[in-house]
Design a protein around this ligand. Structure first.
Ligand code: S3P
Length: 448
C-alpha cells in the first residue's frame, strides 16, 4: 500500500534565461517549525494558534495525522488553531496515517506515538516508502516499541505498523548520524514515558524541537560540552501548555530565490522575514565565502527564533571548499549550492554529504545527473561532490525522482544557463513551496 497523496501525472516545466530578477518577496513558513507546531499543539493543554503555518502537502499530511490522533485542527484565514488532547491523551487512529512524501512528519510521529499502547500504521508515497526508518525505529525499540505489520516492515520501510509498549522505558541514546529527525523522534517519545529521556548529539543539528518543547513548558535541559556535543534531557509525562506561534520564513525555500538572484545578471532580490537560526544558515555563510553580495538587515526575534531580511545582488562567485562540519546547517541546500557552484569560477568541493543519499531521493546522485545533463563537469564521490564552474550550457532534461528540491534547484539553473533547462516533474514542489513558480515569476523568471 502506497500513499494516494502523490499519485499524480508528471508536470514537466522549462526554465529559460532571463535578463534580470528583481523585487521583494516573502517565502512561506518554515517546514520544520510548522510540523513541530502542529505536533506539540496536538498534545498541549488548550488551544495553540499558529500564524504563517506552511500550507504545503508535507505539513498538511502532519495536520491530518494529528487530527487522526484526536486533535481538532481548524484554519481561519491565515491562522491555524489546534485544540490539544493533553500530553499522554492521544487516541488510536482509525485509519493508516498517510504521510505522502514527508520524512519529517512520519519520523517525528513515529516517536510521538511510541509511548502509547496502541497500533499505528504509517504509509507514504514511493519516495518515502524507500527511505530508511530504522534510524528512528531502532532507538524506539529500546523503549519497547514493536514493529508489527507485514509490508516491508522487516526492512524498516513503509508501510509499517508500530505498537508502543504498555510500560515504555526511557532511554539514553547517542545519535549516530547528524539527524534532527532522529533526535526529535526520541524526545517526542520521551514526552509520554515516565522518567528522564536523554539524547546525546555529538554534532548539533537544527534545534527547533528543543526550543519549542521549552516554549510549551516541557522540563527539558540542554548541556553543551567543550567539543560542542549536546546532552538533551527531558523529564517525561509533564504537562504542555498551548502557545501562540508565528512561523518564520523558511530559509531552505528562500535559498532558491537567493541563488537565482546571484547567478542571473542585473538582479536585486530581497526576502523578508527569513529564519536565521544558525543551525539553518550554512548556505548563507557558504555563498558569502564564494563572494556573494548577500546582506542581512532588520535582524529581530520572533517566537523565540532569530529572523531578518536577506538581500542578494548578482555576483561573480568563486569556488570554495565547503567543510563537512557545515553539512547539518545546510543539509537541504546542496542541490541549489551545486547550481551556484556551476556558475562560479573554479572548483567547489563539498564534503560530508553521506546523508544526501537518504533524502527524498539519492540527492547526491540526482544532483550529479542533473549537472551532467546540462554540461557541467563534476565528480561524485561516496560522500563528496566536486563541481567545476564556468559557462553553463544548459539544454538538459533533469530527472527529479519525486524530489521537490531537485526540481527547484534545476529550474533556478535554467534562469541563467545558455539554453533552457527542463525538469521532468514539478508536482512535488507542492510538498514544500507551492508558491515557488508564482513568486519566481513575479521576480521575472520565465517558467513554462
Ligand atoms: C528536518 C531534518 C533534516 C532535513 C529535513 C527536515 C527536520 O533531516 O533534511 O528536511 O525538520 O527535523 P535529517 O534529520 O534526516 O537530517
Amino acid at each position: 500500500m502506497t500513499s494516494p497523496i502523490h499519485d499524480h501525472k508528471p508536470v514537466p516545466m522549462t526554465s529559460a534565461r532571463v535578463s534580470k530578477l528583481c523585487g521583494t518577496i516573502s517565502v512561506p513558513g518554515d517546514k520544520s517549525i510548522s510540523h513541530r507546531a502542529l505536533i506539540l499543539g496536538a498534545i498541549a493543554d488548550g488551544q495553540t494558534t499558529i500564524h504563517g503555518l506552511l500550507e504545503a502537502d508535507d505539513v498538511m499530511a502532519t495536520a491530518k495525522a494529528m487530527g487522526e490522533l484526536g486533535a481538532t485542527i481548524r484554519q481561519e484565514n491565515d491562522t491555524w488553531s489546534v485544540d490539544g488532547m493533553g500530553n499522554g491523551a492521544l487516541l488510536q487512529p482509525q485509519e493508516p496515517l498517510d504521510f505522502g512524501n514527508a520524512g519529517t512528519g512520519s519520523r517525528l510521529t513515529m516517536g510521538l506515538v511510541a509511548g502509547y499502547d496502541f497500533p499505528v500504521t504509517f504509509v507514504g508515497d514511493a519516495s518515502l516508502s524507500s527511505r530508511p526508518m530504522g534510524r528512528v525505529l531502532n532507538p524506539l525499540r529500546e523503549s519497547g516499541l514493536q514493529i508489527e505489520s507485514a509490508g516491508k516492515a522487516e526492512q524498516d520501510l513503509l508501510p509499517l505498523t508500530t505498537h508502543g509498549a504498555p510500560l515504555p522505558l526511557p532511554i539514553t541514546y547517542r545519535v549516530p548520524v547528524a539527524s534532527a529527525q532522529v533526535k526529535s523522534a526520541i524526545l517526542l517519545a520521551g514526552l509520554n514515558i515516565a522518567g528522564v529521556t536523554t539524547v546525546i548529539e555529538p554534532v548539533m543539528t537544527r534545534d527547533h524541537t528543543e526550543k519549542m518543547l521549552s516554549g510549551f513548558g516541557a522540563d527539558i535541559t540542554v548541556l553543551t560540552d567543550e567539543n560542542g556535543a549536546r546532552t538533551i534531557s527531558l523529564v517525561g509525562q509533564g504537562d504542555l501548555q498551548a502557545q501562540d506561534i508565528t512561523v518564520p520564513g523558511d530559509p531552505s525555500s528562500a535559498s532558491f530565490a537567493l541563488v537565482a538572484g546571484l547567478i542571473v545578471p542585473n538582479s536585486d532580490i530581497s526576502i523578508e522575514g527569513v529564519l536565521l537560526n544558525p543551525t539553518r544558515t550554512g548556505l548563507f555563510d557558504t555563498l558569502i565565502e564564494m563572494g556573494a553580495d548577500l546582506t542581512i538587515s532588520n535582524q529581530r526575534t520572533s517566537g523565540g527564533e532569530e529572523i531578518g531580511d536577506v538581500r542578494v545582488r548578482s555576483s561573480l562567485l568563486k569556488g570554495v571548499v565547503v567543510p563537512a562540519e557545515r553539512a547539518p546547517s545546510m543539509i537541504d541546500e546542496y542541490p541549489v549550492l551545486a547550481v551556484a557552484a556551476a556558475f562560479a569560477e573554479g572548483e567547489t568541493h563539498m564534503l560530508g554529504l553521506h546523508e544526501l543519499r537518504v533524502k527524498e531521493c539519492d540527492r547526491l546522485n540526482a544532483t550529479v545527473e542533473g549537472l551532467k545533463a546540462n554540461g557541467i563537469h563534476c565528480t561524485e564521490g561516496e560522500e563528496d561532490l566536486r563541481v567545476i564552474g564556468g559557462a553553463v550550457k544548459g539544454g538538459g532534461i533533469v530527472k527529479t525522482h519525486l524530489d521537490h528540491r531537485i526540481a527547484m534547484a534545476f529550474l533556478v539553473m535554467g534562469m541563467a544557463s545558455e539554453k533552457p533547462v527542463r525538469v521532468d516533474d514539478t508536482y512535488m514542489i507542492n510538498t514544500s513551496f507551492r508558491e515557488f513558480v508564482p513568486l519566481m515569476s513575479k521576480l521575472g523568471a520565465n517558467l513554462t
